[in-house]
Design a protein around this ligand. Structure first.
Ligand SMILES: Cc1cc2nc3c(=O)[nH]c(=O)nc-3n(C[C@H](O)[C@H](O)[C@H](O)COP(=O)(O)OP(=O)(O)OC[C@H]3O[C@@H](n4cnc5c(N)ncnc54)[C@H](O)[C@@H]3O)c2cc1C
Length: 399
């Protein structure tokens, strides 16, 4: 007999895991199945990221990102404390390297205040005095930002949901979704699963799964590889906190930054380079299906046309370590080329509209029996428990 569930969650990244966790917290008797295509959970974005718990500096007041980031930080901290997982509140400094960047930094300060934070403004003298390894004309210090290990959080969430009775099935790529009046049927190869409700948290594949179900999806996921370097051990104690540049306000990426890791060492990155495969972690990864999808989507060409300078800058960054280094030296001049050691890259799932706009906020698609998380870029790892709470409320309302 075919297996029957109340809820099937597709995708065992941090958003799927946190959603399952929140559903079971509020509906303990729920028969819940999580289906993951890889042989283990958290193999994509949830383990290939900067590990930053964002405080909510960048996001427009009233956006889902702003709200879910602030509360997400608190829930992430509580979760880590309860499970003895690392959570280090190291704080963040955003550094204006030139006078031209000061208005952008002032705008971030105002936005941070709107979002309930109390950042500290540092003049160039205060910056030099408090942090001699950094250079700049001003900086904004945000004490709430922290670092964690999101893959470990994801594994703990899945451990909890399995203890609460949920099933996790890995190595099962979902290739069929059939929504009927009384149920929704999910297939992977020979196997078929029936449920009352479906939740898709498929990250880099979110639009493909929505279209697989026949949902009208007017965006495409465009993959942006984020390439990192590990800094040489001599740099480990140079900066105890996160150091960010003032970002380009027209793009959702935060610029190449310095990130201490909870396990030790410091990462530099990530850049934001168009990837030629949805899961293209190496520059040589090219996938014909991903290329065809991009090339046939008008929003892709409009996006390229509207950001030519940023595109060229990222290309330069990706192929020239010296160029990458120049960006870092703007705010940390002591870093040298031999300090940049290889580190694994990540690939961001960024939804792009038909008009070529990068979707800035979290975005969800729905049908009578399904919810698809369409766009969950950074800070979705920070916000995963809040996204999960938001989804659980809808799942419970439909019960
Ligand atoms: C370089 C980089 C740096 C980042 N830094 C930060 C940061 O510092 N702070 C922060 O908050 N956020 C950060 N992010 C963003 C954050 O990592 C993501 O927003 C978050 O991990 C998204 O989680 P997810 O569960 O939606 O996606 P994923 O972790 O990608 O999980 C999706 C899952 O769905 C599965 N799946 C897909 N298709 C199928 C299918 N057909 N059948 C079954 N399973 C399927 C995949 O295998 C995968 O396991 C960063 C991202 C990147 C790439």
């Amino acid at each position: 007999m075919a297996a029957r569930y109340d809820v099937i969650v597709v995708g065992a990244g941090i958003v799927g895991a946190a959603s399952a966790w929140q559903i079971l917290r509020q509906w303990p008797a729920c028969r819940l199945l999580i289906i993951e295509k890889e042989s283990a959970p958290a193999q994509h974005q949830s383990s290939h990221n900067s590990g930053v718990v964002h405080a909510g500096v960048y996001y427009p007041a009233g956006s889902l990102k702003a709200r879910m980031c602030r509360e997400g930080l608190q829930q992430t901290r509580d979760f880590c404390q309860r499970h003895a997982l690392p959570f280090r509140q190291c704080g963040k400094w955003i550094v204006a390297a030139t006078p031209q960047q000061v208005p952008g930094l002032r705008a971030l300060e105002a936005r941070a205040r709107q979002n309930g934070l109390a950042p500290t403004w540092l003049s160039d003298g205060e910056l030099r005095e408090r942090q001699p390894m950094l250079a700049g004309v001003a900086a904004l210090s945000v004490k709430e930002s922290a670092i964690v290990d999101y893959a470990a959080i994801c594994r703990q969430l899945l451990h909890d949901v399995q203890r609460a009775g949920a099933e996790l099935r890995c190595a099962l790529p979902v290739d069929r979704i059939d929504e009927r009046t009384s149920e929704i049927v999910v297939g992977s190869g020979e196997q078929t699963f029936h449920a009352r409700q479906l939740l898709c948290c498929a990250g880099l594949m979110s639009d493909r799964l929505a279209r697989l179900q026949g949902i009208d999806c007017d965006f495409r996921i465009i993959p942006f590889r984020g390439e990192f370097y590990r800094l040489a051990p001599r740099c480990d104690d140079w900066v105890p906190h996160l150091v960010y540049p003032v970002p380009d306000p027209t793009l959702p990426f935060l610029g190449v930054h310095l990130t201490p890791r909870v396990g030790g060492g410091v990462l530099a990155g990530p850049n934001a380079m168009l990837a030629l495969a949805r899961e293209g972690y190496r520059r040589r990864d090219i996938d014909a299906a991903s290329l065809r999808e991009m090339a046939s989507f008008p929003g892709f060409w409009r996006l390229l046309a509207s950001h030519p300078r940023a595109g060229l800058r990222e290309l330069h960054n990706a192929y020239s370590a010296r160029h990458y280094l120049k960006g870092l030296q703007q705010y940390c001049p002591a870093i040298e080329l031999h300090d940049l050691l290889p580190a694994p890259a990540g690939v961001r799932a960024q939804a792009v509209s038909r008009r070529g706009e990068l979707l800035n906020d979290f975005h969800f698609l729905q049908s009578a029996r399904s919810i698809h998380v369409g766009n969950a870029p950074s800070p979705a790892a920070t916000s995963a428990l809040l996204i999960g709470e938001h989804i659980a409320a809808q799942v419970l309302a439909r019960r």
